[in-house]
Design a protein around this ligand. Structure first.
Ligand SMILES: CC(C)(COP(=O)(O)OP(=O)(O)OC[C@H]1O[C@@H](n2cnc3c(N)ncnc32)[C@H](O)[C@@H]1OP(=O)(O)O)[C@@H](O)C(=O)NCCC(=O)NCCS
Length: 239
C-alpha cells in the first residue's frame, strides 16, 4: 500500500497490517510491557513528589539535586522497607533531616514526619511502624519507646468565628514535649501542646489531651492517670 505521496507504508491493506501484528505477538507484548513500565514509573515519580510534599512540607525543595531534597527523596524510598540495613540508612538520613536525631534511634517503616526541622529526638528512641509526627516543635527525650501507629499532632485550627468556615480561620502549632524514658502504647494520639513527664506510660489507644505528670501510668480517652509508678516504687499503694 502506498501513501498519497507515493511512499510505501510497509503493508498492503488494513487487514494485512492486522495480520502482520498477529505474526509478531512477542513484539506487541514487549511494547505493551515497556509502555506499562514507563507509565508506572511516571505514576511512582508523581506520587513520590506528592508524598514528599505531604511528608516534609517544603515544596520549594522538591528538586532532588538540592541536598535536603535528596535526603527527602532517600527517606521516601527507604520509608516502607523493613530490615536492619534500611533501619540504619533511615537513621543516617534522619540525622540530616531532623533538627536533632540522637544515636541508636530506631525509625520503623512507615514513619511520617511533617517537618524534620521542627523535630528533635534524643538517644535510643524507637518510633513504631506507621507513626506520624506533626510539624510543630516536637521534642522527644532519650530512651522514649513509641509503639505502632502513634500520632503526635501539633496543629489546632481556630474555630471561634461562625461566619466563615473553619478552613478559612487561622491555626496554630503548639509544641509537644515527651520527656525521657516514656513508653507510649499502640495507637495513642497526643494532642497539640501536651507535655508527657519522664518515666510515664501511656496505655494503648489513649488520647492525651492534658499534661501527664512524671512517672504516671495514664490511659483512656481522654487519658487519665490510673496510677503513679513512683508510689509503686516506694512500696506505697497505687494512687
Ligand atoms: C496501661 C497498661 C500498660 C497497663 O497498665 P497497668 O498499670 O498494669 O494497668 P491495669 O492493667 O492494672 O489496669 C488499670 C485500669 O486501667 C484500665 N486500662 C488499662 N489499660 C488501658 C487502656 N489502654 N485504655 C483504657 N483503660 C485502660 C484497666 O481497664 C483498669 O481499669 P479498672 O481498674 O476499671 O479495671 C496496658 O493496659 C497497656 O495499655 N499497654 C500498652 C500495650 C502496647 O501498646 N504495647 C505496644 C508494645 S511496644
Amino acid at each position: 500500500m502506498n501513501s498519497p505521496t507515493g511512499e510505501r507504508l510497509g503493508f498492503r491493506s488494513i487487514p494485512g497490517f492486522v495480520k502482520s501484528l498477529a505474526r509478531r505477538p512477542s513484539q506487541m507484548v514487549h511494547r505493551v510491557f515497556w509502555r506499562s513500565i514507563a507509565a508506572l514509573t511516571r505514576g511512582c515519580l508523581r506520587s513520590a513528589a506528592y508524598h514528599l510534599n505531604e511528608m516534609v512540607g517544603f515544596p520549594e525543595q522538591y528538586h532532588p539535586l538540592y541536598s535536603r531534597g535528596l535526603l527527602h527523596f532517600l527517606w521516601f524510598l527507604l520509608k516502607p522497607i523493613e530490615g536492619g540495613l534500611a533501619l540504619r540508612l533511615r537513621h543516617l538520613v534522619a540525622r540530616g533531616l531532623f533538627a536533632r536525631c540522637g544515636k541508636g534511634v530506631t525509625l520503623r517503616p512507615g514513619v511520617s514526619i511533617y517537618d524534620g526541622r521542627a523535630l528533635s529526638i534524643g538517644d535510643h528512641v524507637s518510633i513504631g511502624n506507621g507513626s506520624y509526627i506533626g510539624g510543630g516543635p516536637v521534642n522527644i527525650g532519650d530512651n522514649v519507646r513509641m509503639a505502632r501507629y502513634v500520632v503526635i499532632e501539633t496543629f489546632d485550627h481556630h474555630f471561634n468565628r461562625l461566619d466563615i468556615p473553619i478552613r478559612l480561620q487561622d491555626g496554630q502549632n503548639k509544641p509537644v514535649v515527651i520527656e525521657e524514658d516514656v513508653w507510649i502504647g499502640v495507637r495513642v494520639t497526643i494532642c497539640p501542646g501536651v507535655r508527657i513527664g519522664r518515666g510515664s506510660v501511656i496505655g494503648a489507644g489513649s488520647v492525651v489531651t492534658r499534661n501527664i505528670p512524671e512517672y504516671s501510668v495514664a490511659a483512656g480517652v481522654p487519658a487519665r492517670v490510673i496510677r503513679s509508678r513512683s508510689a509503686q516504687q516506694d512500696g506505697k499503694s497505687p494512687v
